[in-house]
Write a protein that binds this ligand. Structure first.
Ligand SMILES: [Mn+2]
Length: 458
């Protein structure tokens, strides 16, 4: 299935192989972008190319203008660029002699042309769905494979990237990602097995993971720490390893099986908790590892994410993961400390609002909003929303709806998209979770509109 993309990638591969000058690699800052950048980075390194790289949050027109002025004659955009391909044509291809390769999966802004100076690799052009079938890391992996089959080892990054972009559905890779998974499995780069999908699989002590499991409700274990510890003891499972608490991820496959059988034998509905787990060669689960890579980007340390991947620097991974945890805790403290200040925290019947201004980094407002949904900050509201200042006089809006509201017909993604169209913002998402960037001066209008629309449809 990936053959059509490989065939197209061959032309780009030829261009890269034959190019002697300086190359600039431009990537996006989330897990998929960092994985795509890492693949391209390694691909160019192995060819001994002269290149520099930069990671951007977003590609603005002024970035395209700036890049047009840089020295490099070949520009390689990964996980970024398709959405600005119109500007790339106008500001780079029409005005300079530079050559461009875009390896992306976002909706293309411009159709492909016969301009030989640009190769635009994008699954949309070949009738594949860029949302689920393949990520930019996958596209860039196929480019690396077209350059040299010996680059097969980079396929792991393609799947970490796809995981970061939430392309797995119910634990399965779909479409072209499935082909990529096969490649990884054939070479034992990834092992897939059934395991328990518990909260904090690799970050929380095992007994806490069990105790926090509420769906299904494990009578005697859920919300009962000593019950959870007792249960593990009854199965002869050690909760400690050299003094440290074990996480679920620390268990051997045999021990995990013992746990699963134990749950079933005690009458717990453990079938519900069985999920596909994908274990990387370095022992990390793919979901949790892609979260760490994503965290690096969010903390403005995308370069460290690349280092973790390319050097398999697990110590750095752990350090970044802890730092990210501390940042989230600090952001949550802002909510806690301001819960009596209606400037920051307020609610009516419809919306619980965290109006964080500059107190919470825009990169953390989404996570804080998700947690605020369940930690009792707000009483019974159908929608929780967080707003934080973002770059370029914009506000980042993040919103979550309760299951009940969604079941009653609320679709946050649709509502937010509609409002953004009216007020000149950008946004959308899913029925339960959606986000937007809006102009600062439109805040009140946005809040009025969303309150009205949620009331209409809940
Ligand atoms: Mn992506």
């Amino acid at each position: 299935m990936v053959e059509d993309i490989l065939e197209e990638a061959e032309v780009a591969a030829e261009k890269i192989r034959n190019f002697d000058g300086k190359i600039r690699l431009i990537g996006q800052y989330d897990a998929d972008g960092i994985c795509a950048t890492s693949i391209a980075h390694e691909l160019l390194n192995r060819l001994d190319k002269d290149f520099e790289f930069e990671i951007l949050k977003q590609l603005y027109e002024e970035d395209v203008e700036r890049i047009a002025e840089e020295d490099e004659e070949l520009l390689l955009f990964v996980d970024i660029g398709s959405g600005k391909s119109g500007a790339i044509h106008e500001l780079i291809l029409e005005k300079t002699d530079k050559e461009v390769i875009i390896s992306d999966h976002h909706s293309p802004q411009a159709e492909r042309t016969d301009d030989e100076n640009i190769i635009h690799l994008n699954p949309h052009f070949l009738g594949h769905d860029g949302g689920e079938a393949i990520s930019a890391a996958g596209m860039t992996y196929l480019l690396a494979e077209a350059v040299d089959e010996d680059n097969y080892d980079l396929v792991t990054y393609a799947l970490i990237g796809a995981t970061g972009d939430v392309q797995k559905q119910d634990g399965e890779f779909l479409g072209l990602n499935k082909d990529l998974l096969e490649r990884a499995e054939e070479r034992d780069l990834i092992t897939k097995r059934k395991g328990l999908d518990l909260y904090g699989r690799s970050t929380k002590p095992l007994h806490k993971s069990l105790m926090y499991t509420s769906d299904p409700y494990l009578d005697g274990i859920t919300n009962n720490e000593s019950g959870a510890i007792q249960f593990l003891k009854s199965l002869d499972l050690d909760i400690r390893d050299n003094g440290d608490f074990k996480t679920l991820e620390d268990l051997t496959e045999e021990e995990e099986k013992k746990l699963i059988h134990g749950l079933i034998k005690h009458g717990y509905d453990a079938e519900n908790l069985l999920q596909n787990v994908y274990i990387l060669e370095n022992g990390h689960g793919i979901d949790e590892f892609s979260t760490i890579i994503n965290a690096c980007g969010r903390m403005g340390e995308a370069g460290k994410g690349i280092k973790i991947l390319l050097e398999n620097d697990l110590e750095l991974a752990e350090k970044m993961s802890r730092r990210y945890g501390r940042k989230i805790s600090a952001a949550l403290r802002v909510v806690e400390e301001n819960k009596d200040s209606t400037d920051v925290i307020r609610e009516d019947d419809t919306i619980g609002l965290i109006d964080a201004g500059s107190k919470i980094d825009e990169e953390f407002i989404g996570t804080v909003t998700t947690i605020a949904m369940s930690n009792g900050i707000f009483s019974d509201v159908p929608v929780v929303m967080g707003i934080a200042e973002a770059e370029k006089d914009k506000l980042k809006v993040s919103s979550r709806a309760t299951k009940e509201a969604v079941e009653a017909g609320l679709n946050l993604g649709e509502i937010i998209e509609e409002i953004c169209e009216e007020i000149g913002g950008e946004g959308g998402g899913h029925n339960v979770a959606a986000g937007a960037k809006i102009p600062q001066e439109e805040k009140e209008e946005f809040l009025d509109e969303i309150t009205r629309k949620v009331q209409d449809r809940k």
